[in-house]
Design a binder for this molecule. Structure first.
Ligand code: GLU
Length: 497
């Protein structure tokens, strides 16, 4: 088939919160649609009632929204080929299962699940290769059928897979792929509860939704010959296929939580920014060349192509994503300014700062802190811990850390006292603070590192912080003097030192 206009779909099953690997599939479809000017469809494959998870559909849609993957047809936006929930399309699947039944390409199977379990156990015992079904009902005579029907057994409908021959299809990434029909089982199309299986619903929908390209994870590769046979049985043209490479952990085993890979929502909630996640996911199995790592959404759309999707598995690296997030945080500042960085940081501060911080957090104040902090974090969630001293009144630290290298307790007390006096009349901007404190260093006969280190601990409670004078300017005179006073008291009270 030659696709005239690109129509691709992301067809998640709402069986849990979408995993990062699953969203990679969505992204590749979305990028392809946007690159070609085609349509991106979201279809919810919710026919497996037993595996449905409450809230999963919303989590899937939230993940797409957060990453900026808008859909042209699907939940919430509708479209000409809806419903986009398979559970609302049951009549259609029943009708088409019936059509194959009447055409002799499908049959009713009355075998109970107990019988199937037993059958598989016998196959295993005989060391035969275990097949899911031995085709016992495939050739029941009408009389035999009538006889089981009297027992009131609700049948499933199975597809009559050709017993011999081969099925070949072309995969846009892997080339021609051939399966022996003898290796394929007579798959179930319609279950006894009237719900379709994935296979039937998936191809009926792809056909009626006019899907041009099926791009999905390569774990579905073994289903494709079955789908191609089904298209043939209906007399429909199959879409083009592109099976996306697997994603493995750095240890080359299947990607899992163990490798740090979790749901997209969790990435959002730990302070990853969508720009970084999109860039990172795009490079899981696709690349512009052998060196480009940072690519904007617009460039990804511009350059995305099926030809550059790799045949070999992609390796997921949590460290790379962490690094990339830092790059994007800096980029947000460069391109959109500190205000935007602060706006994004705000919810993480609200959530992560200690209870003693004054709430609601003041956006203006965060704007002033942003220039001091944005290069010091890779995740927005790291801000709360690293910049807490800007927000709380009382600092929590050990008196010992005030006695920095090059001075004893008494010297530290004298130094802080003099510092307090000098700062009382000092205007709190970078240059004035620097002037006053540098000359104080000379007066005290201390190294700048020692005095500044002491003041740093006194005003931030930490031995490492953003540049001292800027930090003090943001904290303001009252707070700094108060903290220096508290440090003196702390030293005096610490008898053991
Ligand atoms: N519902 C399937 C899934 O969750 C869709 C597979 C396909 O794209 O055909 O992955």
């Amino acid at each position: 088939m030659k696709a005239e206009s690109v129509r691709v779909r992301y067809a998640p099953s709402p069986t849990g919160y979408p995993h990062i690997g699953n969203i990679r599939t969505a992204l590749f479809n979305w990028l392809f649609a946007r690159h070609t000017g085609g349509r991106f469809i979201v279809r919810i494959e919710d026919t497996d009632q037993s595996r449905k998870v409450q809230g999963a559909v919303e989590a899937i849609l939230d993940s797409l929204r957060w990453l900026g993957m808008d859909w042209d047809e699907g939940p919430g936006v509708g479209g000409d080929y809806g419903s986009y929930f398979q559970s609302e399309r049951r009549d259609l699947y029943q009708q088409y299962a019936q059509q194959l039944l009447e055409g002799g390409q499908a049959y009713k199977c009355y075998c109970s699940s107990d019988r199937l379990t037993q059958m598989r156990a016998v196959m295993a015992e005989r060391k035969e290769s275990v097949r899911s079904y031995d085709r016992r009902c495939r050739d029941l005579s009408p009389a035999e059928q009538a006889q089981v029907e009297t027992q009131g057994v609700a049948p499933v409908i199975r597809f009559k897979v050709p017993l011999d021959g081969q099925t070949t299809f072309h995969d846009l990434i892997r080339g021609d792929i051939t399966f022996n029909n003898s290796e394929l089982d007579d798959l179930v199309l319609l279950k006894s509860d009237g719900y379709p299986t994935y296979h039937l619903a998936n191809i009926v929908d792809d056909h009626f939704m006019k899907v041009s390209h099926v791009m999905r994870a390569d774990e579905w590769l073994s289903s494709t010959p079955r789908h191609v046979l089904l298209y043939g049985a209906f007399g429909w043209e199959a879409p083009l296929y592109a099976h996306l490479p697997m994603i493995l952990g750095p240890d080359k085993s299947k990607l899992s939580k163990r490798h740090g890979a979790t749901s997209v929502i969790e990435y959002r909630d730990t302070g990853y920014v969508p720009e970084a996640v999109v860039n990172f996911l795009a490079l899981l199995g696709w690349a512009l060349d052998d060196k480009t790592e940072i690519m904007s959404r617009d460039d990804l759309i511009k350059y995305f192509s099926l030809e550059r999707i790799s045949k070999t598995a992609a390796i997921f690296s949590q460290e790379k994503l962490y690094w990339m997030n830092g790059v994007y945080l800096r980029q947000i500042v460069e391109k959109q300014g500190f205000g935007e960085f602060a706006r994004r940081a705000l919810p993480f501060l609200e959530l992560g700062l200690p209870d003693t911080a004054k709430r609601p957090i003041d956006q203006e104040y965060v704007n002033r802190i942003a220039p001091l902090m944005y290069e010091r974090v890779n995740l927005l969630s790291e801000l709360a811990e690293r910049s807490g001293f800007f927000f709380v009144e009382e600092l929590d630290y050990d008196a010992e850390s005030l006695v920095v290298k090059g001075m004893d307790k008494e010297k530290a007390i004298t130094s802080l006292k003099m510092c307090w006096e000098r700062l009382e009349d000092c205007s709190f901007d970078h240059d004035a603070l620097e002037g006053v404190l540098r000359s104080l260093t000379e007066e005290l006969g201390l190294k700048t590192g020692s005095l500044f280190g002491l003041i740093r601990v006194a005003v931030t409670g930490r031995t490492a912080s953003p540049p001292l004078f800027e930090t003090m300017a943001v904290l303001g005179k009252d707070r700094c003097l108060g903290r220096i006073g508290a440090a003196i008291a702390r030293l005096r009270g610490s008898g053991g030192l």
